[in-house]
Design a protein around this ligand. Sequence first.
Ligand SMILES: NC(=O)c1ccc[n+]([C@@H]2O[C@H](COP(=O)([O-])OP(=O)(O)OC[C@H]3O[C@@H](n4cnc5c(N)ncnc54)[C@H](O)[C@@H]3O)[C@@H](O)[C@H]2O)c1
Ligand SMILES: O=C(O)[C@@H]1CCCCN1
Length: 307
Amino acid sequence: RLSETLAITELQHHGRSPSTLESVMGKFSKRDSSEIIQPVRSVVPIQQHSGFLGVMPAYLTAEGILCTKMVAFYQRAEGSSLPSTQATVLLFHPEHGNVTAIMDGEAITAKRTAAVSAISAKLFKPALSEVLCILGSGQQARSHYDVFTKLFKFKEVRLWSRRKEMAQRFVNDLQDPVTVCSSVKEAVIGADVIVTATGASQPILFGEWVKPGAHIAAVGACRPDWRELDDVLMREAVVYVDSREGATAESGDIILSGAEVFAELGEVINGSFPAQHEKTTVFKSLGMGIQDAVSAKLVLEKWNSEY
Ligand SMILES: NC(=O)c1ccc[n+]([C@@H]2O[C@H](COP(=O)([O-])OP(=O)(O)OC[C@H]3O[C@@H](n4cnc5c(N)ncnc54)[C@H](O)[C@@H]3O)[C@@H](O)[C@H]2O)c1
Ligand SMILES: O=C(O)[C@@H]1CCCCN1
């Protein structure tokens, strides 16, 4: 089992400058199958237990990475000792097809998702961004807190969680001050950057509360019938996604609101679509196999260089 520290250090570092994550997302958006092959994830819903199993293969030719992640996401009761997201990443030798590494995917999933959201914030947040708000207090909330406060300077950080004591517990582990809010409305009013990282399946964030020009990195609601954001926000904001095909297949916020997707993050990285940071922007993240692939390769390289 590879240590979480390896993933944290590498992915945070790579969130700072034009990164491997950024470059492969740019390549993905060119849809050149000689460069990248990454189908939409296959999902087996486990309705009976409020979960699903997803398989996320990717092949990156120039990077020499052949990879798949298998991820189970289960909606858990508050305080459950089991993580909601459990994952394993397999790396294969692209020439021979043999498995070269099997690694834990929980840390990779948490860190790469936050790193990608940080790229969205770098591109879309308002020029003057003083207040960060995080909704949720789980693994993704924590990885987003870590990366966002490391890469950007906020005057105030606010946190909301559906059970206030969970937010309090989150904050107690931190060195810097974070305001625990009693309601989503209280947390988001006036915020410049909002991260939604909850297991909600109904909207919790409403457009009427959002400051015009704010940037929302929306990480949860990854099933076609799950929501975190309401119709008003989805229709009024400029909506960016990680993958158009993924968003159209999996995002309840996009499918059910009928919102138009303006561009992929990769299309902005490539310069084919603008970053409209003066407008209210939503980055709807669903997660991509290529993100796991480059992250796993970083972890393996680090491991090989140290052991
Ligand atoms: N976009 C991506 O690439 C990506 C990757 C991994 C996880 N996710 C998604 O991120 C979300 C959070 O994942 P996590 O691993 O941090 O889970 P977690 O279980 O660690 O945390 C979930 C948080 O959501 C809160 N929550 C659960 N149900 C809620 C509800 N109905 N209303 C309000 N809050 C609720 C919990 O209180 C907790 O704070 C999930 O929706 C997961 O599917 C997205
Ligand atoms: O891209 C991922 O790894 C995640 C897993 C859980 C649900 C949403 N997407």
